[in-house]
Write a protein that binds this ligand. Structure first.
Ligand code: GLU
Length: 698
């Protein structure tokens, strides 16, 4: 079966209303194939749908749409050149920056292939095949199994499907669950692990406006960069690449955004959404705010340290402002209240229909679980944060877990510690050293401990209490950092290969803390697995009722898999009395340029801009595409499949669209390809790259 053939949750729905398509919906490749071609044509799609995706050959524009380190990107040449966002390749730029060669500030142009800079952990996946495996997964769960057993059985089946899939050369596979288990799809991609930085603009261009303008409109940011994928030491030849549009977009034009949206939560019940608001986003805003201050304060007046923490600080700041936007948008759009009202109407509709009796019970159960989970939600958040917080804590817990998991047979291990993951885990541990500035890391750790020490009775973290609960926690922490060898790269890599007994014998105090924390992390993760098992049983029941009630195609929540969004270039009204037009230009960038960060353009850009009519160089544009995090770097293409821009952000009023789509404010932001061409030509004089970008229609 070359593609997923039964999009069961919506196949029965009629597909004839043209208003269905524009705007809302991150459509899977299979769904796109099932849409009415006439309707797509009316919207502005000039290509046959099979040119978007041909499931038999794994070919089409979607085959040129790659996942690059959790972002999206598109091939733009026959020699593996990939266009994505500056913020997606920022980690590679930071990896290669030093105070005496500060590529973050200066930008980077590889004038020859030899000059390109490898990203140690950067990987690209190219989609090949999608297969519906829902029946196999459901059959794997023993009838009447408890939730934990169900979850384990599903896990085991996924692992065996992935193992069989990865038997083919270069394949990287995953089984993706859609809407909590309504559908499971086995996705096979080609993985390319040799990815090199080719171009990054100076930060003052790639991030113009910084955190002031982030998630905002009007926008003037040149958020693009380029990488090249290699295979067997040679530039990779993609089956497809995007031609660069000769003409740009204008208001009203049809565009498509192709990419890998990461996570949305529209299929959650209102009670589950409220928990996301009250804990996940609220705590994120608080803790990440503290971490940002920790990084800023500890690197003040220290240029080398500022480079070391630059990528971490940038991503924390982005997520922090996103959390603020989610909270503000939920309140402003009354999204949870609307979800609740919608649920009431589904319930009223479903009540007299016996086929949905189970759906109503499932909904009750989901809500009851959401209520119960609130009791430990703060602790759970802190335990989750171990994986993306201070590096010393992350590494120590990973080393202990790795040693424990390695004692098991490969198929019995947690997915993250299976043999296929070990080389990448090791590479990340090595790469992390370039981001480790000990005082900053220690200050982040201190913020985490302070919160853990304030947890309510009933959700205490025992390991924290035992190690930091009495005496001066900051002094204890300082002692841990002074005595541990986990923060030394050479020692850490030795630890990477050690057994539990060897790690214990080291008597390293930070590893000691990790050993104490391990059982609590394990039991939290087991509880999460049990919950996942319950959700996989309940959510599909409820969603079937919601979708049947809706009576039209519903795109599943984002889950990091390839999607298409159909849209139109258009502005919006952010508030009463204000209308935003959908396009900005280089002239606006010059207007914003004050010479003070983050509005401080390089002189070369200012000089080049002053020699032309800057109002004629389009910079950013809006459309009503349905996007989220992970769509960063998504090719934005016109109806002929030609690249007109790259998605890089959403507008402030639209950040909370992760919970629900609101057509009035649903706007994504793309950087216009014409700005990139101007910059490469007039400022960077990067003729080699310009020659490589293929204009459409040649
Ligand atoms: N700027 C966004 C991010 O970094 C891009 C995608 C989005 O969330 O709209 O996550």
């Amino acid at each position: 079966m070359p593609f997923f053939h039964s999009a069961r949750w919506w196949a029965a729905a009629a597909l004839t209303t043209s208003s269905l398509i524009a705007g809302e919906g991150k459509w899977t490749p299979q769904q796109v194939l099932q849409l009415d071609p006439l309707m797509l044509r009316k919207q502005g799609l000039e290509l046959p749908v099979s040119r978007l995706w041909d499931p038999r050959r794994g070919a089409g524009l979607l085959a040129a749409t790659v996942n690059i380190g959790g972002c999206s990107g598109g091939f733009v040449s026959s020699t593996g050149l990939i266009l994505t966002n500056h913020h997606c390749l920022f980690g590679v730029v930071q990896e290669h920056s030093r105070p005496d060669r500060d590529l973050i500030t200066a930008g980077f142009v590889a004038r020859t292939r030899e000059e390109e800079l490898p990203g140690k952990t950067t990987r690209v996946t190219v989609p090949r095949k999608f297969t519906d495996v829902t029946a196999e997964i459901n059959a794997a769960a023993p009838a009447g199994a408890g939730d934990l057993d169900r979850s384990k059985a599903v896990d085991a089946k996924q692992k065996s499907l992935v193992a069989a899939c990865e038997a083919s050369a270069g394949a990287r596979c995953r089984v993706a669950a859609f809407d909590g288990g309504l559908q499971y799809v086995l996705i096979e991609s080609l993985e390319l692990s040799d990815v090199r930085l080719v171009y990054a603009p100076p930060r003052a261009v790639g991030e113009f406006g910084g955190e002031v303008d982030n998630w905002m409109w009007p926008r003037h940011t040149g958020d693009f960069a380029m990488a090249r994928a290699y295979k067997d030491g040679k530039p990779y030849t993609p089956g497809f690449y995007f031609p660069i549009a000769r003409t740009g977009v204008k208001p009203g034009d049809f565009v498509m955004v192709l990419g890998y949206p990461g996570r949305t939560v529209r299929s959650l019940t209102a009670a589950e959404m409220a928990a996301q608001r009250d804990f996940y986003y609220t705590l994120r805003e608080q803790l990440y705010g503290e971490w940002i201050r920790a990084l800023e304060d500890s690197t003040k007046d220290n240029p080398a340290a500022a480079i070391t923490v630059a990528a971490t600080l940038k991503s924390l700041s982005n997520v922090y402002k996103n959390a603020q936007g989610q909270l503000a948008g939920l309140a402003r759009g009354r999204i949870i209240e609307k979800q609740q009202a919608h649920e009431e109407s589904v319930k009223t509709w479903a009540s007299p229909r016996p086929e949905f009796a189970k759906a109503l019970l499932a909904k009750q159960d989901l809500d009851a679980r959401a209520a119960a989970r609130r009791k430990t939600a703060t602790r759970d958040f802190l335990l989750q944060a171990v994986a993306n917080g201070p590096l010393a804590l992350k590494h120590a817990t990973q080393l202990v877990r790795l040693a424990a998991e390695r004692e098991k047979a490969d198929a019995d291990r947690e997915t993250d510690y299976m043999d296929r993951e070990i080389p990448r885990l090791r590479a990340r541990m090595e790469r992390d050293q370039k981001s480790l500035f000990q005082p900053a890391d220690q200050a982040m750790f201190a913020a985490w401990i302070a919160r853990a020490l304030k947890l309510a009775e009933g959700e205490r973290i025992e390991a924290v209490d035992r190690v930091f609960g009495s005496g001066d926690s900051l002094k204890t922490l300082a002692y841990l950092y002074q005595s541990t060898k986990v923060t030394s790269l050479a020692e850490r890599l030795k630890m990477f290969d050690e057994s539990l007994a060897q790690l214990r014998a080291r008597r390293d105090p930070l590893l000691g803390f990790a050993f104490l924390l391990e059982p609590e992390l394990r039991s939290f993760q087991a509880a999460e697995k049990t919950h996942d098992g319950a959700v996989a049983r309940l959510r599909p029941e409820w969603r079937r009722a919601v979708i049947a009630h809706t009576g039209k195609p519903v795109a599943p929540d984002a889950n990091g898999t390839l999607r298409v969004s159909f849209a139109q270039v258009k502005g919006y009204a952010p508030r009463d009395g204000v209308i935003y037009t959908p396009q900005t230009t280089l002239a606006g960038m010059l207007e914003k340029h004050t010479g003070v960060e983050p509005f401080d353009l390089p002189q070369a850009v200012v000089d080049a801009a002053r020699t032309i009519d800057a109002a004629k160089v389009p910079l950013n544009f809006l459309a009503d595409a349905d996007t989220t995090g992970g769509n960063s770097g998504s090719p934005t293409v016109n109806g002929r499949g030609e690249l007109v821009g790259l998605n890089f952000d959403r507008v402030w009023e639209n950040v909370a669209n992760d919970f629900g789509y609101n057509p009035a404010v649903a706007r994504n932001i793309s950087v216009d390809i014409r700005f990139l061409l101007w910059l490469l030509k007039d400022v960077e004089k990067a003729d080699n790259l310009l020659r490589e970008l293929q204009p459409a229609g040649k």
